[in-house]
Ligand binder design. Sequence first.
Ligand SMILES: CC(C)(COP(=O)(O)OP(=O)(O)OC[C@H]1O[C@@H](n2cnc3c(N)ncnc32)[C@H](O[C@H]2O[C@H](COP(=O)(O)OP(=O)(O)OP(=O)(O)O)[C@@H](O)[C@H]2O)[C@@H]1O)[C@@H](O)C(=O)NCCC(=O)NCCS
Ligand SMILES: Nc1ncnc2[nH]cnc12
Length: 290
Amino acid sequence: MHALNLQAKPLSLADRLADLAVDALIDEADLSPKPALVDRRGNGAHTDLHLGLMHASALSLWPAFKEMAEAAVAIGEVDSTLREAIGRIGREGEQAMLTTTNGVNTHRGAIWALGLLVTAAALEPQSSSANAVSLRAARLALLDDRHAPKPLSHGAQVALRYGARGAREEAQLGFPSVLQRGLPQLKRSRANASGEQNARLDALLAIMTNLADTCVLYRAGEEGLQAMQLGAQAVLDAGGSASLSGRRRLHELDQQLIALNASPGGAADLLAATLLLDRIEHNGILQGAF
Ligand SMILES: CC(C)(COP(=O)(O)OP(=O)(O)OC[C@H]1O[C@@H](n2cnc3c(N)ncnc32)[C@H](O[C@H]2O[C@H](COP(=O)(O)OP(=O)(O)OP(=O)(O)O)[C@@H](O)[C@H]2O)[C@@H]1O)[C@@H](O)C(=O)NCCC(=O)NCCS
Ligand SMILES: Nc1ncnc2[nH]cnc12
């Protein structure tokens, strides 16, 4: 007679990366109080989004992230075949998101950023520093996808109007907002014993200080972008989210951005990218230690 094998089947690399990406999106959505964004308190500057929808949207993307990681393992190098494979999977992921949300754009930018990072991490799991993963993601983002439609998206309209660098350029440059702003601030605030939630809020604010967020530009123009960047810097200068005066500034920033209808959705996506890279770097993706 055989003994029952109660041990769970180990997760594949692609399973683990998809889990990490979805967890990063859910942690971003839950983080509160985020200025003008959907969080546990409410809908921020949005009328068509809420926390349940953000969670459902994040979960709907799990198969797309897994498929991107599998494509990376199968193809094995940064080339046009992989770029076009993840472009197709990314567009299917967008459709899955839109079906789940009844047509509301919850995570378009996140599919792009986290999709590239998941693919880049799966390509060389033994080289999982944030720098190395971002560099591979940038090389992928620089490749052309012959099948990509070229719609006049909000990002494209804002690029024409203000000459702003959007989500595509952020990835092609190797995610500078994550590597130079989000991750260093996350580490600084953790080292200052600010508490994990405050460290994540500070990381979001650090990203906001410098980002040309095309969501903010589209909804609130340069006035909105300046309010976001200066207001985020003011919170950090006042001591960050863990200090009383930083919290007061954060509350003011929330009110100001809501009044301007300026939702920093791009910064929120890059916070999720920050959390994902932090976990890939520190937990490793080979050991299955999470
Ligand atoms: C290459 C793409 C990113 C397409 O780029 P494009 O220039 O066409 O830009 P958009 O699609 O308009 O914007 C992309 C989203 O990226 C986020 N974002 C904004 N600024 C930045 C930035 N500076 N750096 C990084 N990321 C940024 C942002 O996403 C969040 O906001 C979304 C809501 O945005 P909005 O369009 O304003 O919302 P709507 O509901 O449509 O309007 P409102 O009513 O709210 O005003 C939300 O989804 C957040 O995620 C931008 O929206 C890429 O998307 C692409 O080519 N995809 C095709 C598939 C593919 O090739 N995938 C590759 C494999 S992963
Ligand atoms: N928490 C959030 N609120 C609004 N838009 C977002 N896009 C990505 N995350 C978001």
